[in-house]
Design a protein around this ligand. Structure first.
Ligand code: SF4
Ligand code: SF4
Length: 246
């Protein structure tokens, strides 16, 4: 989700990378669930989030959408987000005890909090949100450890490629200015990246093959300008197989 903000107003002014130490460790957030309430539709899910939710809950995407998720327009593209509703505008996964009911497979934005992601010059870094988390005595922790991702570098590359791919889609939709095209590409992306389950093993390999396929779709639908913008970076450096294999 794009936000045009002055980073110095909401952070400590520093940009952190995976190996930096940051004061983010809320020590299990005892007694607090502030960031699981009142966040609107801002907790947007990427394909890995949904893959993990489907694996962790045993629910299909359609079932998740019926109970726990909703579809949100994000920068012109329709994406799933956590559904926060009811009197306290609480996440549907928040338990009565105020704990996350899906802690082991909660979405990336939840795992990251109170850090946020900053995209600049085709790189991603992290910033500490100083106004969002009320915990006073946060401990220092390495960003990589806080993320808790077993393949942190690969995860970061995925986050980056997904972000810039969505920007390319948004640009293509704006250029075309056609409702029919918008509907077509939105339905296609939802089906390709979210509704079609991934196999348990090697999410990233499967994701990059789908990304390549989406680039071909974009090329056919929009012409060379968009295809050049999308296709150049749609390969997983760790996966030598061609896009058609899955
Ligand atoms: S606001 Fe901070 S302390 Fe409270 S649940 Fe969120 S991360 Fe934990
Ligand atoms: S998924 Fe868990 S951590 Fe994220 S908002 Fe919901 S209850 Fe909170």
């Amino acid at each position: 989700m794009k936000r045009e903000i002055d980073i110095n107003e909401i952070s400590d002014g520093r940009r952190y990378s995976l190996n930096d130490m940051v004061k983010a460790d809320c020590q299990d957030c005892v007694g607090c669930s502030d960031c699981c309430r009142g966040m609107g539709s801002s907790i947007v899910l990427d394909p890995l989030d949904v893959h993990r939710l489907m694996e962790g809950t045993g629910l299909a995407m359609e079932q998740l959408l019926e109970g726990y998720l909703e579809l949100t327009v994000v920068d012109g593209v329709i994406l799933p987000s956590l559904r926060l509703d009811g009197p306290g505008e609480s996440c549907r996964f928040l338990t009565k005890e105020g704990r996350c009911g899906i802690h082991a497979f909660r979405p990336g934005i939840c795992r990251l909090f109170p850090l946020g992601r900053l995209y600049e010059n085709r790189n991603v870094s992290y910033f500490l949100q100083v106004k969002e988390c009320s915990h006073k005595n946060r401990g220092k922790i390495k960003v990589k450890k806080w993320l808790g991702e077993p393949e942190a570098a690969r995860y970061e590359a995925f986050i980056l490629d997904w972000h810039y791919f969505l920007l390319d889609v948004e640009a293509a939709v704006e250029r075309r200015q056609e409702d029919a095209f918008h509907r077509q590409i939105t339905a296609y992306l939802l089906r390709l990246f979210y509704l079609t389950p991934y196999r348990k093993e090697d999410f990233y390999g499967q994701f990059y093959r789908r990304l390549k396929e989406a680039g071909s779709f974009s090329a056919a639908a929009t012409g060379p300008a968009d295809s050049e913008a999308s296709l150049g970076r749609l390969t997983d450096p760790q996966d030598p197989r061609p896009a058609s294999e899955e």
